[in-house]
Design a protein around this ligand. Structure first.
Ligand SMILES: [Zn+2]
Length: 125
């Protein structure tokens, strides 16, 4: 993720993301809105007194899916995280357009048709 996007997330959601390993969010820019919306929703639940404070430990992509490892979630917040992961498998990690999970030599990503082509080209290079 671009540094300025990453910085804006750490700035606005320090209570959630402050303890993430190496202060790194290892996903593409296309999932920025997804993470931003997830963190906003999670913190809103906490600030309204309805849910505990979620603390993310690691945010990354695995098998083309968003993995948001966190502690302190109640069942509603766990459901929100699960939903974000499901949406990630339909959202291009590069640009945020509609995408699908694709595989190349054992590596999985979720990409739109254009970024899938680009990925294949770079793979062969
Ligand atoms: Zn794309």
């Amino acid at each position: 993720m671009r540094k300025e996007l990453e910085d804006s997330l750490f700035e606005r959601y320090d209570k959630i993301l402050g303890q993430v390993d190496y202060r790194e969010i290892c996903i593409g820019d296309g999932w920025f809105v997804l993470i931003d919306t997830l963190c906003w929703g999670l913190q809103r639940m906490t600030d309204s007194g309805r849910s505990p404070q979620v603390r993310a430990l690691q945010v990354k992509q695995k098998f083309g899916e968003l993995c948001f490892y966190a502690t302190g979630t109640d069942s509603l917040q766990a459901g929100m995280i699960h939903m974000a992961s499901m949406i990630s498998t339909r959202t291009c990690e590069e640009c945020g357009a509609v995408g699908q999970r694709v595989e190349q030599e054992g590596f999985w990503r979720t990409l739109c048709p254009d970024h899938h082509q680009e990925w294949l080209k770079n793979f062969r290079a």
